[in-house]
Structures are given as structure tokens and as C-alpha cells.
Design a protein around this ligand. Structure first.
Ligand code: NDP
Length: 252
């Protein structure tokens, strides 16, 4: 059996980690990246291999575009030595952090950091990795429900994610020739370390957010990880150039 290979940025924690586990359960081999969480990434690698999967973990800071050519070379080498392949099949641009500020107080440094992490990183990482993505593969970008609804403090973050959704549609057209599907997911509030972990750790915030979700609770990493595994599967191969809202019906 040929196993597809998925490369997930920011796989050391949170949603990326969970996506890796759900994809591995479906037989997808994983190349995960970490920035500071080398030991967390190694734990994930062991967990995947313990259940019969295969994984390699590579260091990557998505804000450091100068490192991308060397990263692509490492991916190419890893594909050959660890997986016996020249190409991988799924790229998930997931890595990111929350950086929130009321518009009136936002600084140019915050803006530059958001651009670097959430837009410039995914743009040029995808560009550098495209020769390593197999024809018929997938690119999945991680957006946010903040694009669809508004909350004070999230304007610049949401603007980055909106750009990523538009980029996904345009890339779907440019990569159609190679049968590469490009989509985005737009998760609602999920219990991770994101934003200091407030949705997960602060009961008041958790209850407030849950009230705005049709299904009456905030999301868990599993809600996103299994959706991503489904979206990347062949069952969803006709979905292209679209954004999937995965929020339990948040602020409808
Ligand atoms: P977490 O804070 O739990 O995890 C963030 C992950 O991204 C970690 O693996 C971290 O690596 C990695 N990371 C952060 N900055 C960089 C960087 N500059 N370069 C490389 N890797 C980096 O966040 P989530 O898992 O919740 O978020 C994942 C994605 O989902 C983000 O794009 C976020 O915007 C989006 N999102 C999250 C929602 C939520 O409610 N949780 C809702 C909607 C969207 P390390 O720890 O190794 O440094």
C-alpha cells in the first residue's frame, strides 16, 4: 500500500499535532515541523510510530523566509532517506500564533509579525515546496472564523487570515493544471495554547464563547484534526478553492 505523505507546519502542539495524529490514523505518513518544541515533536513522532505510522520532525520558523531553500532541501533529503519518495502529497500551512490588539493600539511591529507568520510564511513556503508536492496533491491553509465575524482586537489577525483564504482560491486556479487542490479551513474557537490558552483555561471565556456556538460548546483539537483528515482524503477531492468553516456554528 502506498501511503500519502503530509507535511504539517506547527505540528508540535495544538491543532497541527492533532491533525498529524488523525492523518496518521488514516495511514498518512507525516513530516511535521516545530519551531521551539523539539521534544514535543519527538514525542509526537514516537506516538505516531507506536501505532504503526511513520513520521519525521523538522525544525522550521515560518517567519524566516531565508531558511526556506535549506528547509526544502532537507525535506527532499528526508523524503528520500526516510520515506523512499521524491515528493509529498499534502501541505498544511498551520503554524501560527495569536497576536491581538485593538486597532487603535496596534503597532507596526505587531503588524509585521502577523504578516511574517500568517501570510509571508505560507506564501513563500508553499512556493519553495511546490516542486516537492506531487501532482494530484493538496495544499490546505489554516484561516480563522474571525474572517467571517468580528470581535474587537482581532482586526489585523483576521485580515491576514482573509488574505490566506483569497490566496487559496487563486492558487487553486494556478495549480489546477497539476491537479493540486488548494483549500482553506476556518476553525472557530478551539481549546489550544492559542491566545494564551484563554478559551481552554479561563472558565469565564470558555462559557462566553460557548454561548455563541450553535452546538453549545467550544471546539476541541479533535474537532479540527479529524475534519482535516477528511478534507485531505480522496473523498473530498472535488472540493477546490473553497474555505471550510469548522466552528460548530459559531456566531451564525
Ligand atoms: P498553538 O499555539 O497551540 O500551536 C501553535 C503551533 O504553531 C506550534 O506548533 C508552534 O510551534 C507553531 N508556531 C508558532 N509560530 C511559529 C513560527 N513562527 N514558525 C513555525 N512554527 C510556529 O496554536 P493552534 O494550534 O491553536 O493554532 C494553529 C493554527 O490555527 C494557527 O494558524 C492559528 O491562527 C489557527 N487557528 C486557531 C484557532 C484556535 O482557536 N485555536 C482558531 C482559528 C484558527 P512551537 O511550539 O514548536 O514553537
Amino acid at each position: 500500500m502506498t501511503h500519502p505523505i503530509g507535511l504539517i507546519t506547527g505540528a508540535s502542539r495544538g491543532l497541527g499535532r492533532n491533525m498529524a495524529l488523525h492523518l496518521a490514523k488514516r495511514g498518512v505518513h507525516i513530516i511535521g515541523t516545530y519551531r521551539s518544541g523539539a521534544s514535543e515533536a519527538e514525542t509526537l513522532r514516537q506516538e505516531i510510530e507506536a501505532v504503526g505510522g511513520k513520521a519525521a520532525m523538522l525544525a522550521l520558523d515560518v517567519t524566516d523566509t531565508t531558511s526556506f531553500p535549506a528547509f526544502a532541501a532537507t525535506v527532499s533529503e528526508t523524503l528520500k532517506t526516510e520515506f523512499g519518495r521524491d515528493r509529498f502529497d499534502y501541505l498544511v500551512n498551520n503554524a501560527g500564533n495569536g497576536l491581538f490588539s485593538n486597532f487603535i493600539d496596534a503597532t507596526e511591529e505587531q503588524f509585521a509579525s502577523l504578516v511574517a507568520t500568517h501570510l509571508q510564511g505560507p506564501v513563500f513556503l508553499t512556493q519553495k515546496l511546490l516542486p516537492l508536492i506531487a501532482d494530484g496533491g493538496r495544499v490546505l491553509n489554516v484561516s480563522s472564523s474571525f474572517v467571517r465575524f468580528t470581535l474587537p482586537g482581532y482586526s489585523l489577525y483576521a485580515a491576514m487570515k482573509a488574505a490566506v483564504e483569497v490566496l487559496s482560491r487563486y492558487l487553486a486556479v494556478e495549480l489546477g493544471e497539476r491537479q493540486i487542490r488548494v483549500n482553506a479551513i476556518s476553525p472557530g474557537a478551539i481549546e489550544t495554547d492559542f491566545g494564551g490558552g484563554a478559551v481552554r483555561d479561563d472558565e469565564g471565556v470558555n462559557a462566553f464563547v460557548a454561548k455563541g456556538i450553535a452546538l453549545g460548546r467550544v471546539g476541541l483539537p479533535d474537532d479540527i484534526g479529524c475534519a482535516v483528515a477528511a478534507i485531505l482524503s480522496d473523498d473530498m477531492a472535488w472540493a477546490n478553492g473553497t474555505t471550510f468553516d469548522i466552528s460548530g456554528g459559531q456566531l451564525l
